[in-house]
Structure formats: C-alpha cells, structure tokens
Design a binder for this molecule. Sequence first.
Ligand code: 5GP
Length: 125
Amino acid sequence: MAVDATQPYDDQNIFARILRGEIPSRKVYEDDFSLAFHDINPQSPTHILVIPKGAYVSWDDFTAKASDAEIAGFVRAVGHVARDAGLVAPGYRLLANTGTHSHQEVPHLHVHIMAGRPLGPLLAR
Ligand code: 5GP
C-alpha cells in the first residue's frame, strides 16, 4: 500500500524499528544524522537505502521541517556512502519516492542508491 506523504509519522514503521535496533539490517554506514543499510530486496547489484535518524515521513516532510544541520548531514551521508562504495566512477542513481504516485512503501524518508550495472531509462515505460 503506497504511503500518503501528508500522513503523520508512524513510529512503528519498519525503518523506525530498524533505527531502534528492533529489526536487523545490513548496516553500511552510520553517523549522528543518518543510517545506511542494504535494501532487503535489491533492484540492482548495489542497492543501499540511506535514512535520516529523525522522524520524517518523506522528502517533503524532511525538507519542510528538518534543521539545516540534519539536511546537510543527510545529504553529505548519501554522497559519502556512494563514494565509499566506489560508485562515483561507474555512476549511480538516487531515488526518493514521495507519496502515492511514486509508490512510496515505507513512511520514513529513504534515499535509494542504485548502481552496479547500466540502469536503463529513468522510468518504466
Ligand atoms: P519505497 O518503495 O518506499 O521507495 O522503497 C522501500 C524499500 O524498502 C524497498 O526497496 C524495500 O525492498 C525496502 N524494504 C522494505 N522493508 C525492508 C526491511 O525490513 N529491511 C530492508 N533492509 N529493506 C526493506
């Protein structure tokens, strides 16, 4: 069921539970503002999710309410994770589904880092 990006934050969502350590994840990186881990159902050879530690439903919620420090820290974390994984030279794709039409499934902001092969056109045709 796709997420309504305007809904209030649900602290029982799966990524909130990963942040609290209630559910395991294959962690790639962590700092004060962000956590990165491998997607459980990878759509490309490398498929990493980066999430802010704060309680934000979506990109919209985050960019409207997060502090400058959280936003800067999160954006830098995404760049760091991709760089550290050796993805800059071959290239990678970032994706942040937001709301119903994008088919966002988990109501905690996440940026997908996808890489490891030519990824084809941006959208399914
Ligand atoms: P969305 O469609 O919301 O942009 O993407 C949600 C992503 O979260 C999907 O790619 C899905 O495979 C991933 N995912 C869902 N549940 C879990 C989980 O419990 N652990 C991990 N690591 N990834 C998950």
